[in-house]
Design a protein around this ligand. Structure first.
Ligand code: B16
Ligand code: MG
Length: 212
């Protein structure tokens, strides 16, 4: 088999939390009188919480103290976590569920490589708590994508060499991270158009064909 492990990004690959990120950031932006729309929200994909806020602040009139930035990002996360309570196993599509099971059946190790500090909570909401062989997320890294740290750690957690791992990503920063970490990658959704991936997926179940 071409790979020994698959490392999945979470938001935008296994599930979709964009609308909750958007609603929570919108509340903060409105409070600060900053223009924010779904196009700007798309730039926040795969980017850490504080880096996301810095992108939103590009339209802020003035400079903000670091302690205020910390307070606003904390508040955003409280709103976001409240919204995440709406997620349930029904948010996991049959296609994703069946594909994950088929990949595991082939003997592949399955891991998560996510920038989110809420990855564990989201996985539990989806009914996937304990499913993956390893979870590398925003809690165990000091550098966000496009730095490869989150994927390099995931590979270490499943005890496989980077060259034997395939990363699945929906964000350009995530593909860059995989490549910098010495891994092949598969793009899904918006990430396809940047042309960086080893494989471009039309749909999640295509993973069954490229791992033969
Ligand atoms: P949190 P991923 C990323 O998850 C999201 O795509 C990105 O929009 C978010 O800012 C980031 O996680 C941090 O999330 O605020 O929950 O720690 O795509 O890397 O799974
Ligand atoms: Mg993502």
């Amino acid at each position: 088999m071409k790979y020994k492990a698959i490392i999945f990004d979470l938001d935008g690959v296994i599930c979709h939390t964009d609308k909750y990120h958007y609603m929570a950031w919108k509340q903060i932006a409105d409070e600060l009188g900053i223009y924010f729309d779904e196009t700007i929200n798309n730039r926040l994909r795969g980017v850490s919480r504080m880096e996301s806020f810095e992108i939103i602040l590009e339209r802020y009139d003035g400079t903000m103290k670091e302690e205020d930035k910390a307070a606003y990002t904390t508040k955003k996360n409280e709103v976001y976590k409240e919204l995440l309570k709406n997620m349930s196993p029904a948010d996991l599509t049959d296609e994703v569920k069946e594909t994950l099971l088929a990949l595991r059946e082939k003997g592949l190790k399955l891991a998560i490589g996510s920038s989110s500090k809420n990855a564990g909570f989201i996985l539990n909401q989806l009914g996937l708590g304990g499913f993956f062989d390893a979870v590398s997320d925003g809690n165990n890294i000091t550098h966000s994508k496009p730095d490869p740290e989150v994927f390099v750690k995931a590979a270490q957690f499943v005890e496989e060499a980077p060259r034997d791992c395939l990363v699945v990503e929906d964000a350009k920063a995530g593909l860059e991270a995989a490549i910098a970490g010495g891994m092949e990658c598969a793009a899904i959704g918006d990430a396809v158009s940047c042309g960086l991936a080893t494989w471009n997926l039309t749909t999640f179940s295509d993973l069954k064909n490229i791992t033969n």
